[in-house]
Each structure stands twice: as C-alpha cells, then as structure tokens.
Design a protein around this ligand. Structure first.
Ligand SMILES: *Cc1c(COP(=O)(O)O)cnc(C)c1O
Ligand code: SF4
Length: 341
C-alpha cells in the first residue's frame, strides 16, 4: 500500500476528512475504512462533499440496516466449492485471491468479507483452488476478484497468473480492479508483465463517476497499449451517478480512454447501504434516456445480481412487446411502432 494512505478512522479524523463523531467508531468497527493518497488528493480537490466523498467517507447512515439487507447479498457462499472460489456459472470461476482493497467503498457488496485482516488466500487454500480449476475442464475463464487483486505486488501476482496459465483449458484471465483509478502508480511495467504471464488477460475497471478518471489516464493508457482490453463496471449509486449527465459523462470518458462500458449494476442489498439505493424504475429510465443520445458503444448493460446466488440478469428497459400477431417496439424517443414478426 502506498505511503500516505489513510487506513483508520483516526487517520481520517486527523486529516479533517470526517468529523470526530463517536457514532462513526461503531461504523468503522463494523466496516473497513481506507483511502489511498491519490484518493485523498482527489477528495481535497472536490472540497469535502461530492461524488467521491460520498463513495469513500464513512457516515452514520451505514448503521441503518434494513430488514432485506444481507451479509452475503449475491449468495457467494452458495457456490463456493473450496475456500476463495465461487463457481456459479459453468464456464467461469471467481477467485478471491485477496480480501484487501486499496480503498473501502461505503456501498461495497462484499463489505462483510473485505478488510485489512486476512491478507490473502494462504498457500494451501490457493493450491486447493487451483486444483479445483485443474479438475474442472469446463472452466474457460478465471476471474481474479476480491478484494482487489492488483494490491498484490507483481512478484506475488506473477506466479499465480503463471500457475493459472499452465491449465490448458483456461482461455481467459479476467481481473476485476479499482487500482487504475484509486492508486494509478501501481500500474507499472512489472505489473503489466505479470498480468500477461498467463491466459489472455482482460481487465474490468470498477469506476462510478467521471471525476475518478482524472489522473488515471497514464495508467489506463499503458494497460491498453500493452494489449490488455479493458471494460468497466459501475454501480448505480444515489447521490453519485444517478443522473443522465453523470452517466453520460462517465461512459463518454471511458470510451475516450479505450474502455468499453460493460455493466451498470443495480446496487446489491448489502448491509447499511440503503442511502445508496436507486429504484430499478429509475435505473431503467436513466438507461432509456441514454439510448439514442450517446453512441451504442457507450452503453453498458444494466444488471441485477439476484439475491441468494441465482446469478446476474439484465433489468434494463424493455423496448419490444408482443401484441397479438405482431410486436410493438418503442423507438429511442419513446414512440411505439407496430413491427411484424
Ligand atoms: C459476476 C460474476 C461472474 C461474471 O459474470 P459475467 O456476467 O460473465 O460478467 C462470474 N462468477 C460470479 C460468481 C459472479 O458473481
Ligand atoms: S474495491 Fe470493490 S471489493 Fe473493495 S471495497 Fe470497493 S467495491 Fe468492495
């Protein structure tokens, strides 16, 4: 972790980023807090309140746990054949190699699992996960997730990527990370070489607001120049990006940096995240407003991870309905047209 990162509530209070409110102690005991020096500088620029502060600074609102919220909102535990591995779809597995993140997002869907304790899967657990993948030739893609796998040094990452690369049925290595936007200096030639030492790498960047991309241009450019294709995933968050203008600006900025917007996630029912929730109707309305207004390449799929481990499905606006013998299809301006078929 880079120097000058803030890893405790006291450090955040001392840096004048959060008030010395005793209730925040309970929040920090329950959910990890942490910021990189890069994000601290961005927060200072933002001036204390805004889309970045809302994503990263703990608030007492997190103590309001709603009855439908869950400790394991997307049901990872229902599909964990061995520790650290989630095998929910036949052709791909999620390998949670680390439980640590460079920043702790206040809306995190795995907030009960991530944190500074439990650095990394230990050697026997990692070997068991790799053995499981080796024994299941239907697995074509390994998704490194966590935590954030790019908190690992190139020296720790390379052997893991190389070991995955020795499994001949694995075609793809997908890395889910926030590092290029929250700690861009970690994207070095050594890290890129480590990413390329196994199956074909794809990198999926977690980014929610266009201002997060400021300062990340060099890191992203180096990854894409190295031949690593990039996608993005964003979470729809109240007070962060639940407007047409924020999403439009985000998706346009991503395309300009050669990142294809992949998923816009409906927020999961993680505990203490009610203040971030956006109704699905509103998400559909936002997606519909963007359709036709921005390049089709700019539009991600609006996805919901069904609580309980049943998988992710699109929940975006529906444009075509059957009516008797034909279809009624809505154009991007909202007008209906009968279409045979
Ligand atoms: C989200 C997720 C994936 C990846 O799903 P895609 O739709 O391929 O992006 C894979 N495994 C698990 C367990 C997941 O939660
Ligand atoms: S980086 Fe991802 S896993 Fe880590 S706290 Fe943020 S949302 Fe959660």
């Amino acid at each position: 972790m880079s120097s000058n990162s803030l890893r405790t509530l006291d450090a955040l209070i001392q840096a004048d980023l959060v008030p010395g409110d005793p209730e925040l102690v309970a929040v920090a005991q329950r959910f990890a807090v942490g910021l990189t020096a890069h994000v601290v500088a961005q927060l200072r620029q933002e001036g204390g309140a805004g889309p970045l502060a809302r994503q990263y600074l703990p608030t007492v609102a997190e103590l309001a746990i709603q009855p439908q919220e869950r400790a394991d909102p997307i049901g990872d535990a229902a599909h964990a054949p061995v520790s650290g591995l989630v095998h929910r779809y036949p052709d791909r597995v999620l390998l949670k190699a680390v439980h640590v993140c460079p920043v702790y997002c206040r809306f995190c869907f795995r907030r009960e699992q991530v944190g500074p304790e439990g650095e990394m899967l230990d050697r026997p657990a990692l070997d068991a996960a790799l053995a499981y993948i080796a024994e299941n030739p239907g697995i074509r893609e390994v998704i490194l997730s966590g935590g954030d796998p790019l908190v690992m040094s190139p020296g720790r990452l390379a052997p893991m990527v190389h070991a995955i690369g020795t499994l001949s049925h694995v075609d793809l290595l997908r890395v889910h990370t926030r590092v290029p936007v929250v700690d861009p200096s970690r994207i070095t030639a050594e890290l890129i070489a480590a990413l390329k030492s196994g199956p074909t790498p794809w990198l999926v960047l977690h980014v929610n607001h266009p201002s997060e991309l400021l300062g990340a241009e060099r890191a992203i450019g180096d990854l894409v120049d190295a031949g690593i294709p990039m996608l993005s995933q964003s979470v729809l968050l109240a007070g962060v990006n639940d407007s047409v203008s924020a999403l439009e600006e985000l998706f346009r900025a991503l395309l300009k940096l050669r990142i294809k917007p992949y998923y816009l996630h409906q927020g999961d029912q993680a505990q203490g995240t009610g203040h971030f929730r956006v109704p699905i109707e509103r998400g559909q309305e936002l997606m519909q407003s963007l359709r036709g207004r921005v390049s089709g390449m700019a539009l991600p799929t609006y996805m919901l991870d069904i609580p309980g481990g049943f998988g992710k499905v699109p929940v975006g606006p529906v444009y075509a309905k059957r009516e008797g013998e034909s279809w009624v299809v809505q154009d991007p301006q909202g007008q209906d047209h009968p279409v045979p078929g």
